[in-house]
Design a protein around this ligand. Structure first.
Ligand code: AMP
Length: 289
């Protein structure tokens, strides 16, 4: 039987996994995989074994350090809105990056800063071109980096879809022909980013086999862009753009420590030509209208 929290609602647990190869992250191991779940007690055993299996079978290498943390959450967790999901029919990396830069500019990022952020992810955003476990936090007007630790970055944590919503959302994503696992995880993370006060986000994976990245922003939704990096490249990362004057401590605390449940993802649209999407957004139309 599920254990109960205050007021009779089932108790919720945060499950966090981080995995590295060549030893723990702190002793020079390279990051292989990470994940976030929020679950009821009776879902824990299966979820933990799924996460361990995932870390052992990751494309970046099989982890030899896997840490799973299970923590009971406070009785009441805020429920936040999920971003709508749009996929742009970009055909190659040059076009994909031009579109990403335009979307970031529409969301309020300085054009030069947007281009520099794309260059930063292409080069590897960590010290000496290394990968980061978390995200860069960048001032949207100046491009100055704000994350307290430029090797680790800021990690969005303690977020998931609300209990009971997963299966329905996965099914919806699968029916739209999308890789449900990846899309769900990234869209949930981007939704928490938007809730925490992020102006816009840019991301592509360091997984060499996964080339679709995205730009997300409250005004744009979660916008997937195929070919944002060329195939076979094991370099990627995330940038959260913030406006100047953001209270950085409070912002990072929200992203990393404050639990949140995403009520549902917004509508999932079929692939749309980038030019049409840009036009609609410039006209002030919502991503899915
Ligand atoms: P992924 O899409 O999982 O390959 O992640 C792409 C990049 O995003 C990674 O290289 C990290 O720099 C960053 N990242 C991964 N997980 C998180 C997270 N939970 N919070 C912030 N940044 C992350």
């Amino acid at each position: 039987m599920a254990s109960e929290g205050a007021g009779g609602a089932p108790a919720l647990f945060s499950v966090r996994m981080r995995a590295a190869a060549g030893g723990p992250h702190e002793r020079g191991g390279w990051h292989v995989s990470g994940a976030e779940r929020i679950l009821c007690a009776d879902e824990l055993p299966r979820a933990v074994s799924d996460l361990v299996r995932r870390a052992r079978g990751h494309a970046l290498g099989s982890a030899d350090f896997i840490q799973v943390t299970v923590e009971r959450l406070p009785a009441s967790v805020p429920v936040i809105p999920g971003l709508p999901v749009t996929t742009l029919a970009a055909a190659e990396t040059g076009e994909a990056r031009r579109v990403a830069a335009e979307l970031l500019a529409i969301a309020g990022v300085d054009e030069g800063v947007a281009r520099a952020a794309i260059g930063l992810l292409a080069a590897g955003p960590g010290p000496g071109g290394s990968l980061m476990r978390g995200a860069v936090v960048m001032d949207a007007a100046t491009g100055r980096r704000q994350e307290p630790d430029p090797a680790r970055g800021v990690r969005v944590s303690t977020v998931d879809l609300a209990p009971g919503v997963h299966r329905r959302v996965r099914e919806r994503l699968r029916r739209a022909g999308l890789p449900s696992h990846r899309v769900l995880e990234a869209a949930v993370l981007a939704s928490k980013g938007a809730w925490a006060g992020t102006l816009a986000e840019l991301c592509w994976s360091d997984d060499p086999g996964y080339t679709t990245g995205y730009v997300a922003a409250p005004r744009l939704g979660y916008v997937r862009i195929p070919y944002l990096k060329p195939a076979g490249v094991p370099v990627g990362g995330r940038v959260f753009f913030v406006v100047g004057g953001t209270d950085l401590d409070a912002y990072v605390r929200r992203l990393e420590d404050e639990p949140a449940l995403v009520a549902d993802l917004g509508p999932v649209s079929p692939p749309v030509p980038p030019t049409r999407f840009l036009e609609e957004i410039r006209l002030g139309l919502a991503p899915t209208s």
